[in-house]
Design a protein around this ligand. Structure first.
Ligand code: SF4
Length: 356
């Protein structure tokens, strides 16, 4: 039986790794992570799948290849079917074990537990299947590992909800630390990004979108700043019904910020050719239009160029600034000082100024 497990740094890694880490550590199983995504990861993955497969799946395959190159012979490829009754993942995520089995030579052990709440296969069962693959059948030991998984996961979520960035929160959570951020810095412009964690927090796939926006002095909100319950409630309040498993981090996040009127615009980031995302983005576009909140949908694939991407982001932020400035000037009380943002994107800095 293997004493280690390789976890591809893709797809469910971005949402679930804190849980996986705590769970496997408690069972005494060493976790080997694939390296961060590079152009080689994408090229390697692309060679094995048909060209119109979405980028995150190509990246996933590239990460499995990276683990095999590192000599890892037991790889975690969970079969994540549904996360609630008839709340499904997309067919490509559901079929990941079959995809990997059919395209890569089978010289490794695939640990492929199923999570399918529609069929009453819940997280406890999923964890049991995983532990059993390592010949661990002690119920108490498995229960303790689930608790440890949640401990790391909850600490990670607590930090991101409080505004700690993804990487810092992840590093701290797996090192058993909790840091608190109490100051929420106000910036001239704020946006919410609706995107899968595996698109947004993979810096290669997202072309570092969060950092680019922060360099423009834009406050960025993501799904990690919204709790699961708040996202679900927001989907309901905006009049939509959850169908996709990832809907809380896309529709739910955008709906939460639209309802709370907390942002100046919404950015949808999705992979070219993604069916579920195009439906969710369309729904949110409709609600943004109704509320007169600017919305942009950016699609990415392995050919996405940095220059065109930056131009679109800059143009969108520039438009948000002009809109906000005009509205502040229009509503300004001439007897009081108001603050309107000055447009200065070229220098990647946005200043504020007083107007009378
Ligand atoms: S949800 Fe979209 S991006 Fe994600 S795996 Fe499915 S098709 Fe690809």
């Amino acid at each position: 039986m293997p004493k280690h497990i390789g976890i591809p740094r893709a797809i469910s890694y971005y949402n679930n790794y804190p849980f996986y880490y705590g769970f496997f550590k408690s069972l005494g199983i060493e976790v080997i992570l694939s390296d961060k995504t590079t152009a080689k990861t994408i090229n390697d993955g692309s060679k094995y799948v048909v060209s119109d497969t979405c980028l995150p799946i190509k990246v996933y395959v590239g990460h499995v290849i990276n683990l095999l190159d590192k000599g890892c012979d037991a790889i975690f490829v969970p079969s994540l079917q549904s996360t609630g009754y008839k709340i499904n993942n997309c067919s490509k995520v559901r079929g990941l074990p079959e995809i990997i089995r059919n395209i890569l030579p089978q010289n490794f052990t695939m640990i492929e537990p199923t999570l399918d709440k529609t069929e009453n296969i819940d997280l406890k069962n999923f964890c049991k299947q995983t532990a059993n693959a390592f010949d661990i059948c002690d119920e108490q030991k498995i229960k303790k590992a689930i608790d440890e998984g949640f401990k790391v996961y909850n600490s990670f979520m607590e930090m991101t909800k409080a505004g700690v960035c993804y990487k810092e929160a992840l590093d701290n959570a797996i090192n058993g630390k909790t840091v608190k951020k109490t100051i929420d810095i106000v910036k001239p412009i704020s946006v919410a990004i609706m995107a899968h964690g595996y698109n947004l927090f993979d810096e290669k796939i997202s072309l570092n979108l969060i950092k680019k926006l922060e360099k423009m002095n834009v406050k960025v909100y993501t799904s990690l700043n919204v709790s699961f319950d708040e996202a679900i409630k927001s989907i309901d309040e905006i009049g939509e019904v959850q169908y996709w498993a990832n809907e809380p981090e896309l529709t739910g996040t955008a709906a939460y910020y639209l309802l709370n009127k907390k942002v100046d615009g919404i950015i949808a980031l999705s992979a070219f050719g993604c069916g579920p995302d195009s439906l969710m983005a369309d729904e949110i576009y409709y609600h943004c239009k109704e509320r007169r909140v600017p919305f942009i949908h950016i699609t990415i694939d392995e050919h996405s160029g940095e220059a065109g991407f930056v131009t679109r982001i800059e143009a969108f932020i520039d438009m948000l600034l002009r809109k906000k400035r005009n509205s502040i000037i229009k509503n300004a009380d001439l007897n009081k000082k108001s603050v309107a943002p000055v447009i200065n994107i070229k220098k990647e800095k946005i200043l504020t100024t007083s107007i009378k």
